[in-house]
Design a protein around this ligand. Sequence first.
Ligand SMILES: [Zn+2]
Length: 160
Amino acid sequence: MKKIKSKNLSLEQIHALLDMAKKTRNFAFSHRSMHKIWASVLTSDGKIFGGCNIESVISGLGTCAERCAVDNAVAHGYYDIVAVCTIDSAFTPTCGACLQYILLFSQVSNKEIILINGDTKGNYEIKTLSELLPEWYKTQSNLKAIRSYSKIKINRKIWN
Ligand SMILES: [Zn+2]
């Protein structure tokens, strides 16, 4: 796999996403599979949030690292997602459920979202969400409410 430059991300942003994803590794709650996935998200404000996979004892209740990273950004009041990065021991594409989940946030910003998939050896590949999910389901209901989150002004300083 070769490193592919950019799609509107700077090399600095790409490395920051990869670094944050690497930091999340030890947080993975992967008691069933022992398979740790690392992720991170870049918002339009330049903030980067990490995520990891969270498994449940009840099948289907776990969360992929990508969705965890997106949820981490949302929990901090950031909805305008620019890029999502995932690192696995071997190159593993983002699953369909996560692609659809991330798609909703492209409707918030009405912009393409960049996906970086990397491995632990430092290789990575950059694609757009529309490349990975060409036949996407975009909701038309509540679109005005969904887009309102791109302009939302809230106090984000409740976190330490
Ligand atoms: Zn997933």
